[in-house]
Design a protein around this ligand. Structure first.
Ligand SMILES: Nc1ncnc2c1ncn2[C@@H]1O[C@H](COP(=O)(O)OP(=O)(O)O)[C@@H](O)[C@H]1O
Ligand SMILES: [Mg+2]
Length: 468
């Protein structure tokens, strides 16, 4: 409510506050109900809709007329107005209930329902209070217009970060040109994803996209894997010989992941292929041709490696015609809420859940170090969705999963006190997680029990369910 509106509201209330028999009159009651920040939904003992306040109508984009007198059972299961209902749970369990659901108008609501009983102990009404969680996972300072959500087939490339958007724009521009690209950045930042997107935007999109992780294949096999071998090239080789990935990628793109791990000998052979577009199979003599675009990726600094003699300098320059450097997630904090929302939807869909995430969890995410970058964020969200007990994922759920805050993971704010505070909190949370009493915690940490209680207070850790 704006201050002006609030004053109006206050004046009206005081002006009319000559209450008859100490009771509010209907006009006043309506005024209050319609100006609450929460939605109100009243159902009767059978689940029929009796009343909703204006706030609910506005929040939901659903008018009272549409749902008046309709039973919540029908509204949920037949008309699909809501994906769930607190009222129905209250009627079933005869107790207060909390539910989260999505409306037909695509809003996420958190609802608390309370039963009202008659003298016989039967439910005559269910009073529901409703919070709108739709925008809860967005940071208020995100300018949604700057988000590039680049959809391509099954691929989603999401970012609202300026540097990242520059990378995406260059990728789009050079995708059709056939030039050799080196993608650099820490593990999990999206190097493989960008490589695939480039392929799909290139003139080779109908050709194969072949991926090889140079770090995952034993050194003695990688050459034959890449270039193939002739029959009888070595003991154990198939008598028919084998096509290499370069040949298989003909007409398409070959993506060489973790290129720094390519053995030195094979590096020379790859260089020859890039220069001449020709190669020879292991154990063969014939010069074969293949039309392949090379995209490579590395989380190591190839330039430094080449200066140290660990990577062929000439190959480095050949691969690095265009360099796309993807910044780590901790340097594009504005992407964290967006990616969280994206992965939340992805895994809600996969596991048929309708879970939401509390704002303070996102807040916490934005301060995390994310060593494993987007891959780590994705894993954390998938595990949270699977493990959280109710539909709203809270800070408490973070402590349930193995989301181990080590010192290096704690956001390096440069401020010693805040870092020490985070560590202190983490130690307490870990102790609490193990189900110890405050006395046991005091003993294991070598401090007094009252100090444990004080520290819990200081860090806002609830000790409600603990044995003292
Ligand atoms: N900008 C992005 N938007 C959406 N998902 C992303 C984005 N960047 C990475 N991902 C996802 O994060 C995971 C890790 O990305 P990946 O490309 O494998 O990283 P890298 O190759 O750098 O280790 C993948 O599941 C990928 O789809
Ligand atoms: Mg990868």
């Amino acid at each position: 409510m704006s201050p002006a509106l609030f004053i109006d509201f206050f004046l009206i209330i005081t002006k009319n506050s000559f209450m008859e028999n100490n009771k509010l009159n209907l006009e006043q009651l309506e005024l209050i109900l319609d100006n609450l920040f929460n939605g109100v939904y009243l159902a009767d003992g059978e689940g029929k809709t009796v009343y909703v306040n204006k706030t609910f109508e506005q929040m939901a984009g659903i008018s009272f007329e549409e749902i008046k007198g309709k039973n919540l059972h029908d509204l949920v299961y037949k008309h699909k107005y809501f994906t769930g209902s607190a009222t129905l749970i209250v009627l079933q369990t005869k107790r207060e209930a909390t539910a989260t659901y999505r409306t037909i108008t695509n809003k996420n609501f958190l609802v608390k329902g309370k039963p009202i009983f008659n003298e016989k102990g039967e439910i005559i009404y269910v009073v529901n209070t409703i919070w709108d969680l739709t925008n809860i996972i967005y940071n208020s300072n995100i300018d949604l217009d700057t988000v590039s959500n680049f959809k391509l087939d099954q691929q989603n490339l999401i970012s609202s970060n300026k540097r990242m958007n520059e990378v995406i724009n260059i990728a789009i521009k050079i995708a059709p040109t056939d030039c050799t690209i080196l993608i650099t950045g820490e593990t999990g930042v999206g190097k493989s994803l960008i490589a695939e997107v480039i392929h799909k935007l290139s003139t080779r999109k109908n050709g194969p996209f072949i991926k090889i992780n140079c770090g995952a294949i034993p050194e003695n096999l990688i050459e034959s894997e890449l270039f193939g071998y002739e029959s009888g090239a070595f003991t154990g080789a198939s008598s028919k010989g084998k096509k290499g990935l370069i040949e298989i990628a003909n007409g398409g793109t070959l993506f060489l992941d973790e290129i720094s791990e390519l053995p030195y000998n094979t590096q020379s052979k790859l260089l020859t292929f890039i220069q001449d577009k020709e190669f020879i199979k292991v154990g063969g003599q014939k010069h074969l041709k293949a039309d392949v675009r090379i995209i490579s990726a590395s989380n190591k600094d190839l330039y430094t490696l080449s200066k140290e003699g660990k990577f062929r300098e000439d190959l480095f320059y050949r691969l690095n015609v265009v360099n796309l450097h993807i910044p780590p997630l901790r340097e594009r904090i504005e992407d964290i809420p967006l990616l969280t929302k994206y992965f939340l939807e992805k895994y809600n869909l996969k596991y048929k859940f309708n879970k939401m995430i509390a704002h303070d969890v996102i807040e916490y995410f934005t301060k995390f170090h994310w060593e494993g970058n987007i891959r780590e964020l994705e894993n954390v969200i998938e595990r949270l969705i699977l493990l959280s007990k109710i539909n709203l994922i809270t800070i408490d759920d973070l402590n349930k999963i193995e989301f181990n805050q080590t010192i290096k993971d704690i956001h390096k704010s440069g401020n010693l006190m805040s870092t020490l505070n985070s560590i202190e909190k983490q130690i307490l949370l870990n102790e609490k997680k193990s189900g110890k009493t405050t006395r046991e915690i005091a003993k294991s940490l070598g401090i007094s029990q009252s100090k444990v209680v004080r520290l819990f207070k200081k860090h806002n850790i609830s000790d409600a369910k603990m044995n003292h």
